[in-house]
Ligand binder design. Structure first.
Ligand code: NAD
Ligand code: ZN
Length: 260
């Protein structure tokens, strides 16, 4: 069989499963945003594949001196600032738009994203859990409340929560930092409800996110994987689309539209 036939067949199979499901959810990783110009960590061309994994314990550094962390962040002195610039100038790509369209069509109930880039919201998706936070938000280390970074006062460093006076940090989950309880709870809730799981552009090696598709599959939900490269999920997936998300997702949406 040629690759093109495999692709067409996989798109058909994915559309068929989406048509049958009543609560499909997607776990999304950095691969979805690769076509928006944001580098992934792992996989071909990934930042860590090229430069090795960082060992920095960001959460410990933040706790030790939140004011220093904020001053360095505002001065653009953090190691990840080139990565942050790529996120700041990025726009949603056809993959993000297709996911938003699936939600509007009533075919996708929820997105669990590992991405911090805000591109789902920019594309028009509404039901999103950002398990690793959002670069454009701040979160209170005391009450967990979130605000847009652009709306808080930076006259005082570290900035304080307008609700409870706790220290604010960037919402992005740092190395060593526990995943916020509200986000984690919603991920488990969605995973326990789903009857179709899509894994899109994730290397599926970062926990706890990598567990969600396995848990859903164990409960009987079929699994669709969209990734140009093999992952640990590939062998348990019911449908594997070996293509970029920007190519695969619009093709699935088009097929669903044709068959309405
Ligand atoms: P990852 O970097 O570990 O893996 C990326 C995966 O995407 C790989 O399996 C790769 O084969 C696949 N991929 C590459 N291009 C693709 C494409 N066009 N379409 C579909 N798939 C493609 O990413 P991860 O699994 O999300 O885990 C890394 C962590 O790093 C995440 O937890 C996330 O918080 C963070 N991160 C976020 C961003 C972002 O916000 N855009 C970017 C990089 C890393
Ligand atoms: Zn607070």
């Amino acid at each position: 069989m040629t690759a093109a036939v495999d692709f067409d067949q996989a798109i058909h199979d994915a559309a068929r499963l989406l048509r049958r499901s009543t609560h499909a959810i997607a776990l999304v990783g950095a691969g979805l945003s690769a076509e928006s110009g944001i580098p992934t960590y792992r996989g071909t061309g990934g930042l860590w594949t090229k430069f090795g994994e960082p060992t920095i314990d960001g959460w410990d550094l933040f706790l030790t001196d939140p004011a220093l962390w904020w001053r360095e962040a505002l001065d653009g002195r953090h190691a990840e600032s080139a990565f942050a610039k790529a996120i700041d100038s990025a726009s949603p790509n056809p993959g993000h738009h297709a996911l938003a369209e699936l939600e509007h069509m009533g075919r996708l109930a929820h997105i669990i994203t590992q991405n911090i880039d805000d591109l789902h919201r920019k594309a028009g998706s509404r039901h999103i859990t950002e398990i690793h936070g959002n670069r454009f938000l701040v979160r209170c280390t005391n009450c967990g409340g979130r605000d847009r970074l652009s709306t808080i006062s930076l006259d005082r460093i570290p900035p304080l929560c307008p609700e409870c006076g706790g220290i604010l940090k960037n919402d992005t989950v740092m190395f060593g930092e526990p995943i916020p309880q509200d986000a984690l709870h919603e991920c488990y809730r969605q995973t326990s409800m789903t009857d179709l799981f899509l894994s899109i552009g994730t290397s599926a090696v970062v926990y706890p996110a990598a567990d969600f598709p396995v848990m859903a599959k164990r409960r009987g939900a079929p699994l669709i994987e969209i990734n140009p490269e093999e992952t640990p999920l590939s062998e348990i997936a019911d449908v594997v689309i070996r293509a970029s998300a920007g190519q695969a997702l619009p093709a699935v949406v088009e097929l669903l539209h044709q068959e309405l």
